[in-house]
Write a protein of this length. Structure first.
Lengths: 138, 138
């Protein structure tokens, strides 16, 4: 419990939420500012500021809950699929610093566009690979 | 192994890839059409067409690998954060039907915009919650 964390306050009931699921490890509630209706946040009950700082067991509980919850969301809002997303750090759009998995139900032709992709220039990809492998060794 | 699956062919070496990490359960390689340089795909070695069909243990191996790999990617490309994403079904932008976790490194001011969010109308959120809870009971 972080006393300044809005999601910790939601989990312990100090702040109301629209809860759809809860177990010993995770709490899931509707995002009040949804990308599409049914947009849900799945959060580990134990506070951590982002995915890199969670106990891995808590992340595993989250994905287990996602696998259970997401199909129910898809059925409930008659969606055609969903995006699972976790934003880490402000640069990635993280706004609340308590790890949360977004489940965003999607509909054919809902108008949401994927981010543009590009190609690597000739000879550009291998140095990127080498840097990552070197960083993994540290 | 699905003989028609491009990711299964990458995992078993029939198709070349820029591998950055591998263990008994997962295989991670650079997306050749990155949103940002260092964009990586983490895939369970065992074929399944999407996240809902994976053995939950394989998803757990994937998040464990993400927690290990993502910080190395961020350091390697000098990013400020990252998005983790899994697209399920065509409506959600899934293009290869073998479960994959996208790790997209992000930079302050990289110009990638989040999807627009809206509000629920008065009285609109509770029926959505009730439908999801009912669907969860099935």
């Amino acid at each position: 419990m972080d006393e300044n964390c809005i999601f910790c306050k939601i989990i312990n009931g100090q702040i109301p939420s629209t809860k759809i699921y809860e177990n010993d490890y995770v709490y899931a509630f509707l995002d009040i500012m949804p990308v599409n209706k049914g947009h849900t946040l799945v959060v580990p009950k134990k506070h951590s500021k982002n995915l890199l700082e969670d106990d891995v067991e808590d992340l595993k509980h989250c994905v287990e809950a996602v696998q259970k919850i997401a199909p129910a969301i898809v059925r409930a809002v008659e969606a055609d699929g969903f995006n699972l997303g976790v934003n880490t750090n402000k640069a990635a759009g993280q706004a609340v610093f308590h790890t949360h998995f977004h489940i965003i139900p999607r509909h054919e032709e809902d108008g949401l566009r994927p981010w543009p992709q590009r190609k690597y220039d000739e000879g550009e990809i291998d140095p990127v690979k080498e840097k990552i492998i070197k960083a993994l060794e540290k």
